[in-house]
Design a protein around this ligand. Structure first.
Ligand code: ZN
Ligand code: ZN
Length: 233
């Protein structure tokens, strides 16, 4: 199925020619010229190898069949130099479920993200842990604590272990500059896999990761993960 192939790709690398979080104009909060056709031609023009279309979905979204059909049609017409993944960004709800019909989440690439403030660390934490254990979820999007709380190092380590054992990807999100650097380093310590997401809501933002060059460098910098190793014999 498409999903397992996607996992192989997302597990490999932090490549700047792969953008795993791109919106389009199926909701009204993106630029009107952000059509699927324009997204694909822009991605090809700037030399991307992989994009995931991850439009905001809800269980009540009635446009999903049209959206999937349009992606299929446009993908059939493109040059094959670009791999286009069809997916959704689904909101994590208070009970830890995601706001997406199972029929769609099972077979498509899913970025699960917090989009509302819970103002309760315990509920937030439990919802996140449930989402991480959801087999339909591929990625946790723009992960960060709420303004009223943070996680300590011990909590972060436990979280990182759960993410790792459930083979979820943590997204380095260019729109929100997340996750926080301290979280990123804890995740890296536990061998969590990362990938890049522009969270583009306009054509110019697709594949643009300049805002998170510091986070990218942190992931790629091996000395930060050396546990005191040295090069001396
Ligand atoms: Zn989001
Ligand atoms: Zn998004």
């Amino acid at each position: 199925m498409i999903k397992s192939a996607d996992r192989v790709i997302t597990n490999t690398s932090l490549n700047k020619d792969q953008d795993y979080h791109v919106h389009c104009n199926y909701n009204d909060h993106s630029a009107s010229d952000l059509t699927i056709k324009n997204v694909i031609s822009r991605a090809e023009k700037i030399g991307l190898k992989v994009i995931a279309l991850t439009e905001h979905v809800r269980r009540t979204s009635d446009w999903v069949p049209r959206y999937l059909h349009e992606i299929r049609a446009e993908t059939a017409a493109n040059s094959n130099k670009l791999k286009v993944i069809s997916g959704f960004e689904a909101k994590i709800l208070k009970d830890g479920s995601i706001d997406c019909c199972e029929g769609y989440s099972r077979d498509h690439f899913i970025v699960a993200s917090f989009h509302t403030i819970f103002e309760d660390k315990k509920i937030w934490m439990e919802a996140l842990m449930t989402a991480i254990q959801n087999p339909d979820v591929d990625v946790i999007g723009h992960l960060a604590p709420e303004p009223t709380f943070d996680l300590d190092d011990h909590e972060l380590s436990d979280l990182a272990s759960l993410i790792f054992s459930n083979r979820k990807i943590i997204e380095l999100n260019a729109k929100y500059h997340r996750p926080p650097p301290r979280w990123l380093l804890k995740f890296k310590e536990r061998a969590v896999q990362f990938h890049l997401g522009s969270d583009a809501h306009s054509l110019q933002e697709i594949g643009n990761f300049s805002r998170i060059s510091d986070l990218i460098a942190m992931v790629q910098d091996d000395s930060r993960n050396s546990n005191g190793r040295s090069n001396s014999p």
